[in-house]
Design a protein around this ligand. Structure first.
Ligand code: SF4
Length: 504
């Protein structure tokens, strides 16, 4: 019987190379689909968000720097041929983790280490983005087939699962769930749907579905031949009719594709899981056959459209160092701003620490009075950069701290991504504060606006420390104004109604 010998170093190197590759190259099918959605978008705010994601993508492909500051949790699917033998002293799991370590600590393109051990305890950063999540399957044959993905935390957080009754409608359930996902998953992207099996099998199917290329238009042309394909077509159309749009601003495209995988199930069950893939869609596939490490052909820059942001009529420049509460009160949801001057940063861990310190009557390491805070955890800089990619993180995670922060520190504004929840909106209204959104998935582009960065507080928190950034013309949109009006409520409502009207 023919056997294949796979060397430890070949697998490590191939995994590391693939992870570096997907950190800065979007899949070409994603770029094409996003560009199509960009061209047909009728809401200028959503169109601009997609322009930023496309421009960011091209810059990352050119500069070999991450598409998003969240460089993801690595998930690897290994299909191991039963005739494969191994040369090396490590377990296969250790080899894959070594590949992750090398990729994330690469000196020319260091990626953000986002993995914390002891998840319900100390939540300590492991420092090198390990361990990754690995799924194994033993299959016939002589080759090792590998899919690597790096999944953003914001989109993973929007996963939904239900054990439906056998007679319940999957379409109805999905259409109920998608609006609840808000915009923290950085739409437009893909939706993976897993149906059947057991609870964990449905989840795995949904995740695996996201590894397939975007090809919904081919399916529209050829028509469905089975139930999964029927569901794809129906869900793609009906989800886009919800009008959620890019970044939840309202618009014609919320999903670029819907992928469905199913598996036989018990007569009493119909498990269903949905997992979205965000603007930072990152996955690659390679095969090892014993002849050495895999090399994934890089795309050519011609695969990226040349997109220029249309100069909006009413873009307002704001000086954060002198801005007054009266000026802020004049901003309306949907207004486009260019931020200049100094702002602070802080995300989950810094907020928890500050709120605990305030409760204990301690003085904070920074004075937030009259300041803006940007919810971000940047990638470390390389090659003379001021800061690595530094896009916004999901703002709802800071909602529970917002009232305390506004009332006890004098903070006037926040910058993040996606919507705010009702409690945060009430706190913003009661304190006549404001919430601005930057585009999630345009992190390298946003980082170009950051002219200096220094750590002011909690240096022990690493990427979650409080920095002070000096920015020049950083593009943001007013998302919640001083009256508590939210563009994430009004935008999708307006666009949903327009889509319904246009269909007569
Ligand atoms: S694009 Fe959005 S959801 Fe995806 S990794 Fe970046 S911030 Fe997270």
């Amino acid at each position: 019987m023919m056997t294949t010998l796979i060397r430890q170093e070949d697998l490590i190197e191939s995994v590391a190379d693939a992870l570096q590759y997907i950190s800065y190259y979007h899949p070409v099918d994603f770029i094409r689909a996003l560009n199509q959605a960009y061209e047909k978008e009728a809401n200028p705010a959503a169109k601009d968000a997609m322009a930023q994601i496309l421009i960011n993508s091209r810059m990352c492909a050119q500069g070999h720097r991450p598409i998003c500051q969240d460089t993801g949790i690595v998930t690897v699917f290994l299909r191991v041929g039963m005739n494969v033998h191994w040369e090396g002293s490590m377990s296969v799991t250790d080899m894959v983790n070594e590949g992750v370590r090398r990729a994330y600590m690469h000196p020319d393109n260091t990626l953000r280490a986002s993995i914390l051990e002891d998840p319900d305890g100390a939540r300590r950063n492991t420092g090198d983005n390990t361990p990754c999540v690995i799924h194994y399957e033993l299959v016939r044959g002589n080759a090792l087939d590998v899919h690597v993905a790096a999944k953003g935390g914001g989109s993973e957080a929007k996963t939904k699962f239900a054990m439906l009754n056998p007679s319940d409608s999957v379409v109805d359930w999905v259409l109920q769930m998608v609006p609840l996902m808000g915009a923290g998953w950085c739409p437009p992207g893909m939706l993976g749907v897993g149906i059947g099996g057991t609870a964990e099998k449905a989840m795995l199917l949904a995740k695996e579905a996201l590894l397939d290329p975007i090809d919904i238009h081919d399916l529209q042309d050829k028509g469905a031949t089975n139930r999964s394909e029927e569901l794809r077509l129906e869900l793609y159309e009906k989800i886009n009719q919800l009008g959620i749009g890019a970044q939840g601003l309202g618009g014609l495209t919320t999903v670029l594709d819907v992928k469905v995988k199913d598996f036989a199930t018990h007569a009493a069950n119909k498990a269903v899981a949905i997992i979205p893939n965000c603007a930072a869609t990152r996955h690659a596939h390679f095969t090892l056959d014993g002849s050495g490490p895999a090399r994934i052909e890089p795309p050519t820059l011609e695969d990226w459209p040349e997109v220029a942001r249309e100069a909006g009529g009413d873009v307002r420049r704001v000086n954060l160092d002198t801005v007054t509460r009266d000026e802020i009160a004049a901003w309306k949801p949907g207004d486009a701003l260019l931020l200049n001057g100094k702002m602070l940063t802080g995300r989950d861990a810094a907020h928890k620490k500050m709120v605990d310190m305030l409760a204990a009557g301690e003085t904070l390491p920074v004075d937030l009075n009259g300041r803006f805070i940007y919810y971000v955890g940047p990638v470390d800089p390389v090659r003379g950069e001021v800061v690595g990619p530094a896009g916004p993180t999901t703002a709802t995670r800071m909602d529970k701290f917002t009232r305390t922060m506004l009332e006890q520190t004098g903070l006037v504004g926040m910058v993040g991504k996606a919507e705010r929840g009702p409690a945060a909106i009430e706190a913003i209204r009661d304190n006549r504060a404001v919430y601005l959104m930057a585009v999630g998935g345009a992190a390298y582009l946003v980082a170009q606006a950051i002219k200096s960065a220094r750590v002011l507080g909690f240096p022990e928190l690493g990427m979650e420390a409080i920095y002070e950034f000096e920015v020049k013309d950083m593009p943001v949109t007013v998302a919640v104004d001083v009256n508590g009006e939210s563009v994430h409520q009004s935008g999708p409502q307006i666009w949903r109604a327009r889509i319904v009207d246009s269909r007569g």
